[in-house]
Design a protein around this ligand. Structure first.
Ligand code: HEC
Length: 95
């Protein structure tokens, strides 16, 4: 039993490393599922200088805070996908 658990964890670690890649489509889906309760993506349509978030670091922070506020139980991977989706689509920060 113990050995099985060990092997399962080992496989989970390997597949996670190999398969993990930021997925913008998944980010879009996650946003449309869990994030539109309070605001939709029109919040991001205004010019960057009228937005609160000014760089990639604060975008990550904001997404984390909003994800907690939404009550969705997101993994770090979901947050990264949504950050990538929002950045590619709206903010276009380089760093
Ligand atoms: C409980 C309500 C609530 C939920 C759910 C929510 N947000 Fe927010 N969010 C807010 C509020 C309030 C603001 C500030 C609005 C403003 O600046 O006009 C905000 C602002 C933001 C901003 C910053 C916009 C800017 O001005 O640059 C981002 C990015 C963001 N939310 C992402 C998300 C993401 C991603 C999710 C899904 C996990 C989400 N939000 C879900 C309430 C929420």
């Amino acid at each position: 039993m113990k050995k099985n658990t060990f092997i399962m964890i080992f496989i989970a670690l390997i597949t996670n490393t190999v398969c993990f890649a930021v997925d913008i489509q998944e980010g879009k889906k996650a946003f449309e599922t869990d994030c539109v309760k309070c605001h939709d993506s029109s919040l991001f349509d205004k010019p960057n200088n009228q937005k609160n978030v000014k760089d990639l670091k604060s975008l990550k922070k904001q997404v984390k805070q909003c994800a907690t506020a939404s009550g969705a139980s997101w993994f770090e991977e979901d947050e990264e996908n949504v950050v990538a989706y929002l950045n590619e689509t709206f903010y276009k920060f380089k760093n």
